[in-house]
Design a protein around this ligand. Structure first.
Ligand code: AHG
Ligand code: MN
Ligand code: MN
Ligand code: MN
Length: 336
């Protein structure tokens, strides 16, 4: 009987957020409305990703973005979808996207109190071969929406109110935290609803997997090189770790969150600040990791305490199981 009740008691993401928001009487449903527009964007991109190969949506868009990357058609399409969905929600006043050089200040008539930083299509290099890709987002509150400036956006990650990602893989999974733990929802295409499938996700305290692009090993600094060496040739008699690297941050982080282990995109001589962008990759994933009982470190400090100076600032990142990140912190501490 309980199974039957469970089956018909659909916990959709909207219902789940409404329950959580009831703990914040001051928010008059604005956050729930904002989230429903983000969810709409994810559903749209999920359907576009599923038919990308058929709908001639793979390949290059013929433009390059501020990162100097050639934009894929799906990068551009998903960016347009999220910008329009967020603006039309009437709950945002400024947006930061990987695909837009400047911050997008919403028309004053349509402004709300939130800032959303997002990576509309993460893992673009995997689009054309059908490997999992995703969308990453982080949400801030803006003090005075009618006088919002760039400074309001360049906040430390500790001010983030909520963060999440949607992974477009064998199933479409949305992982979200509003500051009270992490929950995972799976899209039921027959309903067009995200259903709670992974309540209260906690990352294992220690893992057996390390996730890094070994192709950059030549350029790593001492502590990173030592850490990876220890993963492959452990000195304490334990068995070597497994290497898993998909190349889409969303997919590598999702596996790390569920299975445990550590994901690293370290600095190297070519890119002293690593590759991943602070506002819409490092902060949201660090927020989620901490909410799930893990941690996230830049090589110098707790990642969420970074204060970006510019919109597309990058940072080295080591995130995942609590004990695994402790090891990398000890190596950097002994080096400094
Ligand atoms: P994006 O596609 O949004 O530009 O992000 C790509 C990022 C991230 O998804 C992934 O972890 C990393 O690039 C992989 O970089 P390498 O190919 O250098 O390993
Ligand atoms: Mn990119
Ligand atoms: Mn990305
Ligand atoms: Mn991207």
């Amino acid at each position: 009987h309980a199974a039957e009740a469970q089956r018909t008691d659909l916990m959709t993401i909207t219902r789940h957020v409404l329950n959580e928001q009831s703990r914040h009487p001051e928010s008059r449903g604005d956050f729930t409305i904002l989230l429903s527009h983000i969810v709409l964007g994810c559903k749209f991109v999920a359907s576009a990703v599923n038919k990308a190969g058929l709908a001639k949506l793979i390949g290059l868009a013929g433009e390059t973005n501020v990162q100097g990357e050639e934009q894929k058609k799906l990068d551009v399409l998903s960016n347009e979808v999220f910008v329009k969905a967020l603006v039309s929600s009437g709950r945002t006043c400024v947006l930061v996207s990987e695909e837009n050089e400047e911050a997008i200040f919403v028309d004053p008539a349509l402004r709300g109190k939130y800032c959303v930083c997002f990576d509309p299509l993460d893992g673009s290099s995997n689009i054309d071969c059908g490997v999992s890709i995703g969308t990453i987002f982080g949400i801030y509150m803006i003090k005075d929406k009618d006088n919002v400036t760039l400074e309001d956006v360049l906040q430390p990650g500790t001010n983030m109110l909520a963060a999440g990602y949607c992974m477009y893989g064998s199933s479409c999974t949305l992982v979200l935290s509003t500051g009270n733990g992490v929950n995972g929802f799976t899209l039921d295409p027959s309903l067009g609803e995200f259903i709670l499938t992974h309540p209260n996700i906690k990352i294992p305290k220690k893992g057996k997997i390390y996730s890094v692009n070994e192709g950059n090993a030549k350029n790593w600094d001492g502590p990173t090189a030592k850490f990876v060496e220890k993963c492959k040739y452990p000195q304490d008699g334990s068995s070597p770790k497994s290497l898993r690297y998909i190349g889409s941050m969303v997919a590598d982080v999702h596996r790390t969150l569920l299975y445990g282990g550590i994901f690293l995109y370290p600095a190297d001589q070519k890119s002293p600040n690593g590759k991943l962008r602070v506002l819409y990759e490092v902060f949201p994933m660090s927020f989620l990791m901490e909410q799930a009982g893990g941690q996230s470190f830049t090589g110098k400090q707790r990642a969420l305490e970074l204060a970006p100076a510019k919109l597309h600032d990058r940072s080295p990142i080591f995130l995942g199981s609590y004990d695994d990140v402790e090891e990398i912190k000890a190596l950097y501490a002994s080096e400094s």
